[in-house]
Design a protein around this ligand. Structure first.
Ligand code: PMP
Length: 355
């Protein structure tokens, strides 16, 4: 039987299969609700028209890397581009972990750190945030130093809680552990405080960024890894040579040539998040958590019923199981989408009250 050839340790492992998203209002994946403007789309299509698809992409992605490094104000030599930051997480793990090494991550946090580490055959130790989703950094450092993982992964701001860890706490972590610390800043543009420049001070720091949120390019799959010279060389060993295709890099370049548009879009997204965050306060049965991202985490006793109600009315949100049973994560949308969500929430609670 072919099953005999499969890995015993992955027998119970569940692959992450994204759901088919055929709803009219998509608020489940923390994407940007803003697509390229018509002008930028025309510019991108124009450039793609001239591309030589018979040739491999520029292996070092010179232009895109330069534009991104200017955008985040680091040297071009410290930026690696990936097929989404998802791919970069797997590259870090493949470059740095042996089987039986371990990683430490938070719970809750982005699930792909754990998934890739398990597929690699490494051990995953999860450190639980408190009931308000805060982290006691001193205890966390103790936990890390007891367990001696090679890698520590955390997202800041955190997905799915929307909460943040202050910079001085992160610096303490980086300074006091003998592990490589990966700070995933997928949502940092909405928070405004990055740790990226610290790669020049700490050789055990890797920062991850993505174009999928603030830059509005989730469909292109462009992620960025930023680290010091020593780690850069090591991580590079696991990078596939042509991991980013020409269409993605070309469109990414067009967007990054217009940082003022990116800034404008970030402000629009922050405004949209504030709008839903403030309006959730009008629903006494919903508890919402302060968020520094483009989404809001909520808690509600009958979350599955609410999810179903919204889904039947063409609105998708994200619910969870396990320790986040009873919670939902809702991305901010256009004003029209947000209002549709809020109107539907109102009608849901009205029906509940009349029951
Ligand atoms: N890190 C975090 C914290 C995320 O929330 C996500 C996307 N949900 C990613 C990484 C993956 O981003 P990308 O689209 O660049 O693969």
């Amino acid at each position: 039987m072919i099953n005999n050839l499969f890995r015993e340790d992955l027998k119970e492992f569940k692959a992450y299969v994204p759901v088919l998203n055929d709803k009219k209002v998509i608020l489940n994946a923390n994407e940007s609700f803003l697509n390229l403007s018509d002008n930028l789309m025309d510019e991108a299509l124009d450039r793609i028209k001239d591309a030589s698809f018979n040739r491999y992409p520029d292996g070092c992605l010179d232009n895109l890397t330069k534009l991104y490094s200017d955008f985040v104000k680091v040297s071009k030599n410290n930026v690696m581009v990936g097929n989404g930051s998802d791919e970069l997480i797997s590259i870090i793990i493949y470059a740095l972990l042996n089987e039986n090494d371990s990683i430490v991550t938070l719970s809750p946090d982005f699930s792909m750190y754990k998934n890739y580490a398990l597929v690699k055959g490494a051990k995953v130790l999860e450190y639980k945030l408190d009931y308000k989703f805060n982290l006691d950094m001193d205890r966390f450092i103790e936990f890390i130093n007891e367990n001696k993982p090679k890698l520590v992964f955390l997202s800041n701001p955190n997905n799915p809680t929307g909460n943040i860890i202050e910079e001085n706490q992160l610096i303490k972590l980086i300074e006091k552990v003998n592990s490589i610390v990966v700070i995933d800043e997928a949502y940092v543009e909405f928070y405004g405080k990055s740790i990226i420049e610290k790669i020049y001070e700490y050789d055990n720091l890797i920062v991850l960024r993505t174009s999928s949120k603030a830059l509005g390019l989730a469909g292109l799959r462009l992620g960025f890894l930023i680290t010091g010279d020593i780690l850069y060389k090591e991580v590079l060993k696991a990078k596939p040579p042509y991991n980013v295709n020409k269409i993605s890099s070309t469109v990414g370049e067009v967007v990054l040539e217009n940082p003022e548009i990116i800034k404008d879009n970030i402000n629009k997204i922050i405004e949209s998040k504030l709008y839903i965050e403030n309006n959730f306060k009008n629903f006494p049965k919903i508890k919402s958590y302060k968020s520094y991202t483009n989404f809001v985490l909520i808690k509600y006793e009958h979350i599955e019923a609410l999810y179903k109600y919204l889904s039947e009315r063409d609105i998708s949100i994200r619910i969870f199981n396990g320790e986040l049973q009873g919670f939902a994560r809702i991305s901010s949308g256009t004003l029209e989408e947000n209002n549709m969500l809020l109107k539907t929430l109102k009608s849901y609670f009205k029906e509940m009250d009349n029951d």
